[in-house]
Write a protein that binds this ligand. Sequence first.
Ligand code: MBD
Ligand code: FE
Length: 260
Amino acid sequence: MQKQIIQRNERVEEVFHLFIKHIQNFLKEAKLNHEEYTNFVNWADRLGKKGELPLYADVFLETHVLRAMYTDKPGTQPSLLGPYFIEGSPLVESRPGEPLVLTQRPDEAGEVLYFKGSVSNTDGMPLGNIRVEMWQNDNTGKYSAFDSDAPRYNLRGHFDTDENGNFEVKTIVPLPYSIPTDGPTGEFLEYMDQHPMRPAHLHLMFEAEGHETLITQVFFEGDEWLETDVADGVRTELLTTLEDKDDHKEASLNFFMRPK
Ligand code: MBD
Ligand code: FE
């Protein structure tokens, strides 16, 4: 028990030492004058006070953590958790012969999407009855509990795969997402000459005993922001096709989890 605590502290020490070393090297290389330094500190202060630090970090840093951890590993590539996951989503009830329904508003605007998935491990063994968590934005491009006035858990839910590792969810087609541009993150983007858009995406998280939790996203072929996603979250294995079925769309993807 105690050993674990000591190891954790050593790791934090190591990370903090590296962090300050690289910040100090950054200041040396950038040759900031005192006024620029003050402006930089004030910008970082605004970022924190506006509550945009998690947003900034998930947009500009998280992808580098994932690339360092997972590139060239077998299994479905993870993508960003992002700043809009919240705990406590409702269990989506399954009714025999019917898809699970992710929306809480009966008249949810948007194109109906039936999304099908199958989950197996990297040896091809189906993972039945495992927990799937899903969240996404709505037809105004907003996430419930953050920038929309929809019910807190709208377009959020969890459910289990069936005994064969499959699931089908009825939801709406997500929209491309503009990260907020009216705060310090927007200021940063403007100076970087970078647009604020993310391609439309579904967020998914899979939890199965004996396997690494898979946090990922699904993207759609043809989306105009795929190549220039501001958060660099797109991975080719996470692309699927939106199939046109007259009054709704269909899409599917197979997911592969890594045994621990
Ligand atoms: C998002 O919707 C998102 O998924 C990420 C990673 C960053 C900002 C907004
Ligand atoms: Fe998102």
